[in-house]
Design a protein around this ligand. Structure first.
Ligand code: ZN
Length: 110
């Protein structure tokens, strides 16, 4: 698994829901982040923004025209996450991983 899949599976530990519900949750989180991102891009330098990074929401004062995140780490996480969800094989691997946590990786028929 890549770093993003690992980060997501760590986030998943707090959920205890099916992989389908988890995927829907993350996708709705990403829509929110994308909305915040677009909103921040329209703000002026010196205005207060809310970070568009996944799981961040920290407030910051916009210092440059392009800025949409409180720090580089949040920017990287945002774009890594978008890249990850475009890769169907990786998403499927993550879902399989989540299902194996839920149902056990050993298939015991007893
Ligand atoms: Zn942030």
């Amino acid at each position: 698994m890549g770093d993003e899949a690992y980060a997501l599976s760590m986030q998943y530990d707090d959920y205890f829901i099916s992989s389908t519900e988890f995927v829907n949750d993350i996708k709705s989180e990403m829509r929110t982040s994308a909305t915040v991102y677009a909103f921040n891009k329209k703000k002026k330098v010196g205005e207060q923004c809310q970070c568009a990074g996944p799981m961040c929401n920290k407030r910051f004062i916009k210092k440059s025209y392009q800025q949409a995140f409180c720090r580089t780490k949040c920017k990287d996480q945002f774009w890594n996450r978008i890249k990850f969800w475009k890769d169907e094989d990786k998403v499927q691997a993550l879902c399989n991983h989540i299902d194996s946590i839920n149902y056990g990786s050993d298939h015991d028929d007893n």
